[in-house]
Design a protein around this ligand. Structure first.
Ligand code: DOR
Ligand code: ZN
Length: 411
């Protein structure tokens, strides 16, 4: 007997969509086959629905510790579950910043207590914690803010950056933005990475000129992501949203949006990650200079992309590559990102026909707003399953005492 059967769904595999049953036992996908006959009580009739691997969001800022008025692992993970995200990887720009093993262990404790989805972490670099970086275990990579934007957690000179690339033991994730703008910084980083044949992942690509530069260096070792707000919004969004459209890097031109969609088609962009960066409404309502940068994203990324599938702009198999398979492959996350026997039962059941209007008041993120408020989107995550447990169903969190776990990185 299985613990749970997802019956008759259109299951999205790496090579196409098939109508089959997915049988879950002990948190794993135990069996995939047509028309299973079994006494399992918990059977979800997925007829007419799609079944996707749970979304892996490799770029989020959950704000614990130190900034929990904006978000915490409890609220942030509920927002994930509502958006079909079953694993997130958390960034180090908390207070204190995550710069050594003790900082990581503290975060591990908080996330284990509060998160209803699975989680992993990056370590930050400040040019002085190289020995700590060498010692840490089981992390996605080193996040580097290259340029002077984020004090206490950025590397300003190319020499310190070179030292890390030369060491080369883990993926380096770069927020590349210098005073000269993101294009020049990306160029500089790509040259250093090439020199040492290092693995580098460029975060939140937002412009056509960055794409052109990345294309020249593209390889298994050079990967990149963009975020939904760069695909769906451009700088005109400031007219309606004001500071609620203030993000880093900033929103670009309509032509850049086109270039990003083109780069998805061409395989230059490997993944979509949200850069979920919640800030409170009252902070965003300050003057332009004072308002913090960032927008929330984990709850809206899958619905936005499903709407694109419905509009014929991207196909569902490609979407699963960008949001599940590639994040798992690039960061070496064990047993996730695909619907395969033996993999973890992280799944999301999606109704591609239902339309829903995003509304601030329905969101689970603590910040309580989205730049996509009032957008009507076709394609809705109905049920989210983490490690074989239903955590979200029809608009409600049903996780109870269940908690997600730390993922394993195979690097
Ligand atoms: O818009 C952003 N907000 N970009 C970042 O890189 C950081 C983030 C934040 O932490 O608020
Ligand atoms: Zn970020």
């Amino acid at each position: 007997m299985y613990d749970l059967i997802l019956k008759n769904g259109k299951v999205v595999f790496p090579d196409g969509v098939k109508v089959v049953d997915v049988c879950v036992k002990d948190g794993k996908i135990e069996k995939i086959m047509p028309s299973v006959k079994d006494l399992t009580k918990d059977v979800i009739d997925c007829s007419g629905f799609y079944v996707l691997p749970g979304i892996i969001d490799a770029h989020v800022h959950m704000r614990t510790p130190g900034l929990t008025m904006k978000e915490d692992f409890g609220t942030g993970s509920r927002a994930c579950a509502a958006g079909g995200v079953t694993t997130f990887i958390d960034m180090p720009n908390t207070r204190p910043p995550t710069l050594n093993n003790d900082d990581l262990d503290e975060k591990r404790g908080f996330a284990s207590d509060d998160s209803i989805v699975n989680f992993g972490f990056y370590i930050g670099a400040n040019g002085k914690n190289f020995n700590d970086i060498k010692r840490v275990k089981n992390i996605a990579g080193v996040k580097i803010y290259f340029g002077a934007h984020y004090k206490d957690i950025s590397i300003e000179d190319a020499e310190a950056l070179e030292e890390l690339f030369k060491w080369g033991k883990m993926p380096i994730i770069i927020h590349a933005e210098s005073e000269k703008g993101s294009y020049e910084a990306v160029k500089q980083v790509l040259h250093i990475a090439k020199k040492y044949d290092a693995r580098v992942h460029i975060a939140h690509v937002s412009t056509g000129s960055e794409i052109e530069e990345i294309e020249k260096f593209k390889s298994e070792k050079v990967t990149c992501e963009t975020a939904p707000h760069y695909l769906f919004l451009n700088k005109n969004a400031f007219q309606d949203l004001g500071n609620f459209a203030k993000v880093n890097p900033s929103l670009q031109a309509h032509e850049d949006q086109e270039a990003l969609f083109g780069a998805i088609d061409d395989g230059v962009i490997d993944m979509i990650a949200t850069d979920h960066a919640p800030h409170l409404k009252e902070e965003k309502e300050k003057s332009f200079e004072e308002a913090p940068v960032g927008v929330p994203g984990v709850e809206t990324s899958l619905p936005l992309m499903l709407d694109m599938v419905n509009k014929g702009r991207i196909d569902i198999v490609k979407l699963v590559k960008l949001m599940c398979e590639n994040p798992a492959r690039i960061f070496g996350i064990k047993n996730k990102g695909k619907i395969v026997e033996g993999f973890d039962a992280d799944l999301v059941i999606v109704d591609m026909d239902e339309k829903r209007v995003i509304r601030n008041e329905n969101l689970f993120t603590k910040c309580g707003w989205s730049p996509f408020n009032e957008w009507e989107l076709q394609g809705v995550p109905k049920i989210t399953i983490v490690n074989g447990v239903k955590v979200f169903e029809n608009g409600k969190i049903i996780a109870g005492d269940f908690r997600g776990g730390e993922v394993k990185f195979l690097q």
